[in-house]
Design a protein. Sequence first.
Length: 217
Amino acid sequence: MGRKIVVLLGFILLASLVLWQGESMVAWMRENGARSFVATSLLATLLALFPVIPYPIIGGVLGAVFGTALGSLATWIGSSLASVLMFAFIRYGYQDWGLRLIHKSKALTRVTRLFERNAFMTIFLTRLIPIIPSIIVNAYSALSRVTFASYTIASSLGKVPSMILFATVGSTLVTNPANLLRIAFYYAAFLLIVYGCFRLWNRYVFKREREKQTRGA
């Protein structure tokens, strides 16, 4: 119980800091971000961990400050580190509670076991679709038995396209706003392809699971 309290207090302390200083952090990045890539990436991590300001806006600011390439990298580092920290908070402090809750439902237990067997691809594909809330992916992965390494790699790789998009939009707004429509078209096409692949992957996974159950019966 003591560990849970310490984790919760640390989480609340960081959240309070971002809530209190979030706008000041963004203002600092706009004015001074280009002077320190490391400091800006750390601030982006805090703002991604506690999104008092929508993270696409942060990505746009970083794109405007650093340009597309470095802006994308800073945006990706911030988002990836934030997801890993959230995973660690939940895994270290509350996984035992989560597993007990999951195992109270037979249906949820089956879904979780299926998820754990295909965790890497499931996490990777869900990250490619930015409309899926990040907190759900973070929390469910942390409460399951997905390994830290699998989660970190799959989550970080899956974030690459959307982070590039956020920074590219910010950079384009500064340099060539006329290209925004073309960027939106390309990314919409990309999301449709990803969604189609996600549906096909889910069908394959569930079909394989049914076949295993049939053989076992």
